[in-house]
Design a protein around this ligand. Structure first.
Ligand code: SF4
Length: 330
């Protein structure tokens, strides 16, 4: 039986936005009633186009953003109020690896000072043993201990991301949220950082939320994959099922666009993702869906296990509730 480290129910995040100085504010729903289940010691890959709410989800999981609705439980207990003393102590157990390592590091401090920071903040070890701890963390992340004396601008992009990982591991976290951790790196070093993350997750038994638009990277690290569209999860299951034989038409289009695949017909979606401030009625994907019919324009499909293979899918057709031909005829 799988043990959840983090369970989120009905997570919702809305923003109020103004298009111009004299316009009325509109409400944008970035994340819309999302359920998340992070199994202990496993990686959930969260994929989708940019703007679908992946990063907002990651920030809510860590308490860096407050949901407008929904709840989060960590290790079986409700997440404390962000900013509270209880939350600050819990933060040692949850860390983030950001997309832009240069932006995530302080240019005025050496790498060693920054890796030592969480040790000081969370009172880990003594002043005397901190240099050894920092050296071990740098080594664990694939850096040499002497590179701790360097400043961020003196390292390459890949080395900076390794330094970010070393700092994230300093407090001994159980949960690591990686938000597009390789997208700012040269292609030549992306594979090295991916290998490091995969190996680190397995060796330390970390629970990981891996957020990316790169499906090949997600396939490499994930034990389960969730596909997001316009603030909702539309398909979730094992990578072999979701990334080799996707059931949801949006997931099928995403997978068909993975470069270098043989015998896969590319599905080109029509149009851009809809404006989150003006969500389409019914299934939010219907304006771009090749299978959409009248029912899709009326009824929001529920994310639920698909009969037969148990993966979670939010689609009337994939669930077998309605056939595409029936819809067209309706
Ligand atoms: Fe397409 Fe309809 Fe399925 Fe939505 S519910 S993905 S519109 S077939």
């Amino acid at each position: 039986m799988t043990v959840p480290l983090l369970v989120a129910r009905g997570l919702t995040r809305r923003y109020s936005m103004k298009r111009g100085m004299f316009s009325n504010p509109t409400t944008v729903t970035a994340v819309d009633g999302l359920d998340l289940f992070l199994e202990q010691g496993r990686t959930l890959g969260l994929v989708g186009e940019s703007g679908c709410g992946k990063s907002t989800t990651g920030r809510m999981v860590l308490g860096m953003e407050t949901p407008d609705a929904g709840s989060i439980a960590f290790a079986g207990k409700p997440m404390p109020r962000p900013g509270s003393a209880e939350w600050r102590s819990l933060r040692a157990r949850m860390q983030m690896v950001f997309q832009d390592p240069l932006g995530a590091l302080d240019r005025r401090l050496t790498i060693g000072q920054q890796v030592a920071e969480p040790l000081v903040i969370h009172g880990i070890g003594t002043r005397a043993d901190r240099p050894d701890r920092v050296a071990a963390l740098l080594t664990q992340a694939g850096l040499r201990p002497d590179q701790g004396a360097r400043y961020p601008h003196e390292l390459s992009g890949g080395q900076r991301q390794r330094a970010v990982l070393a700092r994230a591991l300093a407090s001994g976290p159980e949960l690591l949220v990686c938000d597009e951790p390789i997208s700012a790196l040269d292609v030549s070093i992306q594979a090295q950082v991916m290998n490091l993350l995969t190996e680190t997750q397995a060796r330390l038994g970390l629970t990981m939320l891996f957020i990316s638009h790169d499906l090949r990277a997600v396939r490499q690290v994930s034990h389960r994959v969730a596909v997001m569209y316009l603030g909702k999860i539309v398909e979730e299951g094992p990578p072999d099922a979701v990334l080799h034989d996707p059931a949801h038409p949006y997931a099928q289009a995403l997978v068909s666009a993975i470069p270098g695949q043989k015998n896969v017909r590319r599905i080109r979606l029509q149009g851009d993702p809809p404006n989150p401030a003006d969500r389409p009625r019914g299934c939010a994907f219907h304006p771009r869906c090749p299978l959409a019919g009248p029912v899709c324009r009326q009824l929001v499909p529920e994310l639920k296990p698909r009969p037969g293979d148990g993966r979670m899918v939010a689609c009337h057709v994939a669930q077998g509730e309605i056939s595409p031909s029936f819809q067209r005829a309706a």
